[in-house]
Design a protein around this ligand. Sequence first.
Ligand code: GLA
Length: 394
Amino acid sequence: MNLLPFGLAVAALVLTPFSLAQTAPAATPPMGWNSWNHFAGHVTDADVRSAADQLVSTGMRNAGYVYVNLDDTWQGKRDAQGILHPNDRFPDMKALADYVHSRGLKFGLYSSPGAKTCDGYEGSLGHEQQDAQTYAGWGVDFLKYDLCSFQDQMRQAKEQHPDDPRLEFRMMQAAFKKMGDALKATGRPIVYSLCQYGIDDPWKFGPGVQSEMWRTTDDISDSYARMMEIAYAQVGLAKFAGPGHWNDPDMLEVGNGGMKPSEYRVHMSLWALLAAPLLAGNDLSKMTPDDKAILMNRDVIAIDQDALGKQAERVWQQGDFSLWRKPLTGGRYAVGLVNNSWSERDIPLNLAEIGFPSGANVYDVWAGKDLGRWTGPQSLTMPGHTVQLWIFKQ
Ligand code: GLA
């Protein structure tokens, strides 16, 4: 059988930014860029405009990265009516949102259910409806809502009611629901992204508080070990992901310089297999050819964005090797094999474990190459910290 058509079909499945916009919010995992991993607390209006420009000029937007998300530290003070205004680094938030929209992109913001954000800026506590209305008025399309100092409220309540072990959980859930309801009440489709580091299984209560995605762990860093630790923490969560509701293993670090290209390929492959939101977190003005090739590989993005919306299960873990499998449309499977050791190793691969006892047609995603039909046991040699990512089909 000629495998070319199914290889090409993988590429053809990439959704355009505009088709994403027309369906329900987050029908596929949201894709875009977030200011935090690179700019952290120094981000300015000019940085966000430049990121929007770069998303267009690099081809990232057309590859699917449509959200431009301004993270923590944009907030200024509330006025006498309680309306929150941005700080001096953001002279006119509506104008910024308009600019982002004019580039064919969507605009995201960040807040907290607490009095203060994680970086000590103004949070939404007691102003949820008002803030939701403000965001909608500016044209916000995405809100990341970060637990941060709301944990102080939870701790205080626990001290006062030590006999009620679930009080903190109920408070947290109610706080997230308050903003979820307030966003929905604006009538504007705003993707609602929970950030509470996986406390008390957000994959179980997220949909009930109107959230489309929720962080499953504490923060990522630009380190291979931390990235793998987060990937392993996703095991068992696949059943909670699907169109409109996604597990979020945190933003991408590709391009931030802390990993080798081969390690960033592991990162990108795992995030695609996990149907993770793909929020780039690098300086888009300084992308190397490797960064671009990794972030914009159409086949990898198509795996992440596959309309079935399934998250990969880890089929097995054997020492440093792990095998992951994500069902795709058309009876296909994305299969990833990771060598997490430092050194080159040989690894046997039994096709029956992948669900193909009588063999499969195999497409090598990173090589962009059909490998023909595989039957019987396979033996692979893989350098340390590398991934093999394939599409399997009968
Ligand atoms: C927390 C979040 C990060 C980022 C910072 C901002 O640590 O998990 O993703 O938003 O806050 O202060």
